[in-house]
Each structure stands twice: as C-alpha cells, then as structure tokens.
Design a protein around this ligand. Structure first.
Ligand code: GTP
Ligand code: MG
Length: 413
C-alpha cells in the first residue's frame, strides 16, 4: 500500500479508506449530524417479489405415479408507513432513502409453500404527507399516531404444479411465477400538526411564551433568529396541580419573520407550511421599550409575509398579543396597537412571559377560541384501507397476475 499527500498536505495511505482521514470529510459529517429538523425527504420503496411456484412430483416407494406435489411460492413483504408520535422529523430518511422488503421464497417439493417475505414498517412523524413522485398524487396524510398505510404491496407467490392437476392432465408441469412487488418513488413532506401557531418578528418572545405555557424548552436568547426550526408544545388550558388537566391544545413556535421573508430574507418563509394546518394564529408583537419599531407596522409587515406565502394562511383566525409587558414603561405604543386591533375586530391581549402577567388569561382565550373553531380535519379510520393498499395509485413495475409457465419435461419424472 503506497502513500500520498492529501489536500491538507498530510501524508496518508493511498487506500480509499484514507479519505476518512481528510479533515473536510469530518467537517461534513459533523455538519450533517447537527442538522436535526428535516421536513422533506424523497424515498424509494420496493416491496418484495413473490416466490415462484414449484414443479415437483411425489416419488415414494410403493406409491407409483404419486402425482404433482409442487408447493406455492411465498408472498413478498409489503412496505407500510406508520405515524409515530415519538418522531418529529424526517431525519431518518435523510441518509437512508431506499427501502426494500424481503422477497418470498420459492415453493418446494412435497407441497411445501415458500416462506413469505417480512413486511417492512417505516415510522414517520405525525403530520407527514406522502406524495407519489411520478403522478404528483397525494397518497396519504398521517394525522393520527398509529395510523398505518401500505405504500407498496408485496407480490403474490405463484402457484405450484399441484394446482394444475386435472383428471385428464395428471402430470402437470405448469407453474406460476411470483408477482413482482410494487415499487414507488415517494416524496414525504412534514407539516406539523398544531392548533395554534405563534408568529412574529424575531426576539418578540415566542419561544419564551411557549416555554412558559408548555413543557417545551426551546432555546431563548436576546438576539434575532434564535429559533431555527419549528417546535411544538402541549398546553393545558384549565390544568392546575391535583386537578384534571382539562382542555389541551398544541402550540407551534416558529422562527421569526422579517420584511421580505417571502423573497428569502432572514430564514425565509419555508417553515410557514408548518402552520398551514393550524386552526388559529397568535401574532406576537413586542411593544416594550426594547423595540423601537411601530407595532402597527410590525403587524402589517408580518401579515403581508403571511399573505405572500398563502392567502389561506393570511385569512386564518388570528389574535394579537403584545409581549414584554413588564418592560413596557411607555404604554403609548401598546395602546395604539390595542386601538388598531379594536378597529380590525381582532382579539387583543397583553402579556409578560417573564412575570406571567396576562399569560393564564391568554391561554384560556386561546382554548376558548379553539372551542369555537372547527376541529382539525377528521382522521381517516386507522388503517381501513391498509390491507388493500392505496386505491387507484399508479404503480410501476407491477407484475402480471397468473403468469403461468410450463416446466420442461425431464427424464426422471
Ligand atoms: N422583559 C421581558 N423579556 C422577555 C419577555 N419575553 C421574552 N423576553 C426576552 O426577549 C428575548 C427574546 O426572546 P425569545 O423568546 O427568544 O424570542 P423569539 O421570538 O423566540 O425570538 P426568535 O426565536 O429569534 O424568533 C429573550 O432575551 C427573552 O428573555 C418578557 O415577557 N419580558
Ligand atoms: Mg424563538
């Protein structure tokens, strides 16, 4: 094994393994490991092929002309996706993109059926939408934990020659080949399922609020764009120690938006898709002395960004929350925002997530507003159609059924 000089000027062995010693590779690996929130993935799934039927004849002492005894092929394994409540990212599909279920074994003599291939169940986060890459058709929307759907059906095993015996055809050499398993290219898109989405400029206190009202512990800091990926928190509206937890709802904390986000400024608006399915938007505006922006203009800027992303998002029921009440000495801007909201008939609340002032009132108001609004889209019954696969989906590589073959006659039969 020879040696060579790598791009960093180090002497390393020539074998391909030596590339792991290159510092740039390590940096790439480290970077990949730190990216934890993945909300889009493309995968390829291939169900197992069915095993072929067998051509065999019973050969036994004192049993002349024992008859056909070719067993059937086993079925190929199918591939299912299942909504897993413990996952909140599609990270597992970032590096593993190809999934193949096991094939069925061929049938054997003495009427032995081949072993069926094992099914493959891939967990996905709740809120994942599955789209067929080739047709663009939405196949399934995982809205409830435990919801399972078949995305590629395993091929059926072929029949052995035992099935082709007739009184007038007692030594059949016909058998069937197993069907091919379905294969698909799928696009997975994660849209978190939350009831309330928190939007607003960076640093207005979105993460502080969610950490105050739920068990979520996002990073909080005094600089813009602390939050880089959406996070969820479960809020109990009427809960108190020793009491029933009462009404609960899910809140999504989003990265901050700035003017021009729809053109890519700041972190852009890509993550707004995670509140497309929320029932309510809470718009947080900093009216404290720490901000010198006009709160009404802040409201209109963010509203413009929501509208640029989607008209439906801008039209969602919204309530406005003035934050950092404890740090607001000059209340003029707070009052101007309150008057503006009154003129627009928007519910208005003022809170301090640090002291807790107004927070309980806001939480109850959010729960009341949700009670008035329609519930999230009703969920398809858990796996009503999973056994039958996805109806109507175009399937590539589907084998033909009952592809009957005839085995060549041999001397010893
Ligand atoms: N005094 C006071 N400070 C607050 C309050 N809420 C948040 N802050 C402070 O404001 C700063 C920003 O808070 P975050 O919760 O990180 O703000 P954010 O809206 O999540 O910001 P991004 O994630 O960057 O969009 C932090 O230093 C918080 O301590 C409040 O009610 N009162
Ligand atoms: Mg934040």
């Amino acid at each position: 094994m020879g040696f060579t000089t790598n791009p960093l000027g180090r002497t390393v062995p020539k074998s391909p393994r030596c590339y792991l010693n290159f510092r740039p590779c390590r940096i790439l690996l480290n970077r990949a490991q730190t990216t934890v929130f993945v909300d889009e993935a493309k995968i390829y799934v291939k169900a197992g092929n069915g095993g072929n039927g067998c051509v065999a004849f019973r050969r036994e002492k004192y049993v002349p002309r024992g008859g056909p005894s070719g067993g059937d092929g086993g079925a190929g394994g199918s591939i299912y996706l299942e909504a897993n409540p413990h996952d909140n990212t599609l990270l597992r599909f970032r590096f593993n993109r190809e999934f193949r279920a096991a094939r069925g074994r061929h049938g054997e003599g003495s009427n032995r059926t081949g072993h069926s291939g094992e099914d493959l169940i891939l967990p996905v986060p709740v809120g994942t939408i599955v789209i067929d890459e080739e047709t663009g058709e939405q196949l399934v929307d995982f809205t409830a934990p435990g919801h399972r759907r078949q995305v590629a059906r395993g091929g059926r095993g072929g029949r052995g020659n035992q099935h082709f015996a007739k009184p007038w055809h007692q030594a059949p050499r016909e058998f069937e080949e197993g069907q091919l398993g379905e294969e698909r290219h799928l696009r997975l898109e994660l849209k978190l399922l939350a009831d309330v989405g928190l939007v607003g400029f960076p640093n207005v206190g979105k993460s502080t609020l969610i950490s105050r009202i739920s068990a979520a512990r996002p990073k909080i800091a005094d600089y813009p764009f602390t939050t880089l990926e959406p996070g969820l928190g479960v809020v109990s509206a009427d809960g108190a120690p020793g009491r029933n937890i009462g009404r609960t709802f899910v809140v999504a904390d989003l990265p901050g938006l700035i003017e021009g986000a729809h053109t890519g400024a700041g972190l852009g608006t890509r993550f707004l898709r995670h509140i497309e399915r929320t029932r309510l938007v809470a718009h947080l505006i900093d009216t404290s002395d720490a901000s010198d922006r006009d709160p009404v203009r802040d409201f209109e800027t963010i509203q413009g960004e929501l509208a640029a992303f989607s008209a439906a998002l801008a039209a969602k029921p919204m309530l406005v929350v003035a934050t950092k009440l404890d740090a607001t000495t000059d209340r003029a801007r707070l009052e101007s925002l309150r008057a503006f909201c009154a003129s627009r008939q928007l519910e208005f609340y003022a809170i301090s997530a640090v002291t807790g002032e107004g927070v309980a009132h806001l939480v109850r108001a959010l729960a009341d507003a949700l009670d008035r609004l329609a519930p999230l889209a009703s969920v398809e019954p858990a796996d009503a159609r999973s056994e039958s696969g996805i109806a109507g989906g175009a399937v590539a590589g589907m084998g033909t059924t009952g592809d009957r073959r005839v085995a060549p006659r041999t001397e010893d039969r």
